[in-house]
Design a binder for this molecule. Structure first.
Ligand code: FAD
Ligand code: FES
Ligand code: FES
Length: 477
């Protein structure tokens, strides 16, 4: 099944006629022979296929993000703006300041990873609110695998780009970036180009929901959905944005991991959210992956689901029978089933604000960044006069789904924080969990890991009340 899909591709309006589930990467390379964009893994892991994807944000302002085109369904770019490396080249054949920085920093050899990195450095320039730091540069490079040059040269290139940005008044508008040669001249005409674009296509309100596609497309586009049964959630405004509800937050299911990290409202509830989520995938994935997708997938090691379980989130579910609310803790029926009818979607998550709540997130993966968690855990509690009034302890990687550790919660609640209380909690950790041996580690290792991470919670949340050294020898047993 082919359909007409219109979008801006670099500086022209593209009229594609293709299957809506075709990956954007395959459309560009195979159908259009636009081959500056590279294919590596086709699973979101290497960054070779990065493009800039521009679309209006919740406030109507267009936002450009670096995304992996192998995980983007073609239909999802309708009425959007796709910019490939070809669009970032100057018309006169000279290099932009970003491309020159990579040459001057000795950041390229075979060049296979280079187009994707130019794209992500361009996003860095477009979104810089201040002079980028080394951490910002690392974040931009995250998810771009360079097999032959290594990252020293690319970090130097990033420093040169940061210096060029530092000479501007930031945030810089596109004209200033063009004048500084960080963008090619046609970027000045983007607003006019967008006027030639059809408005967003009509909504399809039934079919398989696709959010950021970073989970479902790793199984291959053909597995994702039959083309005629595609429901693009990006087109549904009610699923976007984070709103204050007075006593808490309503977080639209289409909120991306990056938006969560950058949300001041979310940081008021989880102060460390930006650093907590930094190891979760790479920026190219976090720019697309959504909260709703993470919750509904409920993978055995999902990160956002664990945090939301620990925050006692409630789901707002809508379907043909209307709207209902459900505690996230009741959503996962078993390893494969969730409490969601075929015609229902998760529209949002609701969080209650609790100024007295303390929270902590811990996570271990084999690589420190851009790797799925082996075990993660989130703890939330309220302590009054040395007594635990309320506690939620969630974890993933130790069973088929992210889950609450209810036996431990029941033990901790209403107890005074002392060595016996915390030691008793550690003793009860094994009751709720059923880890399995797999490629990430043995069941025994995961049990030990969970115990260590819960100890880390205690250290962060109650470290001033208990001698943690006294609890640790037991870990060796
Ligand atoms: C390279 C890479 C690294 C990753 N690393 C991590 C990691 O470290 N931690 C982690 O937790 N995850 C990770 N993921 C997995 C994935 O990015 C997340 O689970 C993500 O949040 C899924 O969201 P999505 O919007 O992309 O979901 P999609 O792929 O669009 O959808 C996933 C499933 O949920 C359904 N769905 C989506 N939204 C809704 C909704 N609102 N209502 C009903 N159904 C819905 C879809 O039909 C589909 O079945 C990684 C993925 C990749 C490719
Ligand atoms: S081809 Fe590797 S991330 Fe897309
Ligand atoms: S320059 Fe060869 S892979 Fe990066």
């Amino acid at each position: 099944m082919s359909v007409g899909i219109e979008f801006l591709l670099n500086a022209h309006v593209e009229h594609a006629h293709a299957g809506p589930t075709l990956a954007l990467l395959d459309y560009l390379r195979d159908r259009r022979r636009i081959v500056g964009i590279k294919e590596g893994c086709h699973e979101g892991d290497c960054g070779a296929c990065a493009v800039l994807l521009g679309r209006p944000g919740a406030d109507g302002v267009w936002v450009y993000r670096s995304v992996t085109a192998c995980l983007v369904p073609l239909a999802d770019v309708a009425s959007c703006h796709v910019i490939t490396i070809e669009g970032l080249n100057r018309a006169d054949g000279a290099m932009t300041a970003i491309q020159r920085a990579i040459v001057d920093g000795y950041g390229s050899q075979c060049g296979y990873c280079t187009p994707g990195i130019v794209v992500s450095f361009t996003e860095l320039a477009l979104s810089a609110q201040r002079m980028p730091t080394r951490d910002d540069i690392r974040r931009a490079l995250g998810g771009h695998l360079c097999r032959c040059t290594g990252y020293g040269g690319l970090l130097r290139a990033g420093d040169l780009i940061a210096e060029a940005l530092g000479a501007l008044s930031l945030p810089a508008n596109r004209s200033a970036l063009v004048a500084a040669d960080l963008l090619p001249a046609w970027f000045d005409t983007i607003d006019t180009l967008r006027e030639g674009l059809d408005p967003a296509p009509a909504l399809v309100s039934e079919g398989v929901p696709l959010a950021g596609s970073t989970d479902i497309y790793t199984r291959g586009p053909a597995q994702a959905a039959a083309p005629e049964r595609l429901r693009l959630l990006s087109r549904e405004p009610v699923l976007h944005g984070i709103q204050d509800t007075g006593d808490g937050l309503r977080i639209g299911a289409m909120t991306t991991t990056r938006e969560l990290m950058e949300s001041p409202a979310m940081a008021a509830i989880v102060p460390t959210v930006a650093s907590d989520l930094l190891p979760v995938a790479a920026q190219t994935i976090r720019n697309r992956s959504t909260l709703g997708g993470n919750i509904v997938t409920g993978a055995h090691n999902a990160d956002l689901a664990t945090i939301m379980l620990g925050l006692d989130a409630t789901l707002e579910i809508v379907g043909s029978a209307g709207r209902r609310e459900l505690a996230l803790a009741d959503f996962y029926r078993d390893a494969t089933q969730v409490d969601l009818a075929a015609d229902e979607i998760v529209a949002a998550l609701h969080l209650r604000r609790d100024p007295g709540r303390r929270v902590n997130f811990e996570r271990v993966s084999k690589r420190s960044h851009h790797d799925k968690a082996i075990v993660n855990t989130f703890m939330a509690c309220r302590v009054v006069a040395g007594r635990i009034e309320y506690v939620r302890l969630a974890a993933a990687g130790i069973g088929a789904r992210p889950q609450r550790l209810r036996n431990v919660e029941a033990w901790l609640e209403k107890r005074t924080i002392d060595q016996d209380t915390l030691g008793g909690a550690l003793d009860r950790l094994g009751v709720d969990i059923a880890p399995v041996d797999d490629y990430q580690g043995s069941a025994r290792y995961k049990r030990l890991l969970l115990r260590q991470l819960v100890l880390a919670h205690f250290l962060v949340l109650f470290g001033d009340a208990v001698d943690m050294e006294a609890l640790t020898p037991e870990v060796a047993s």
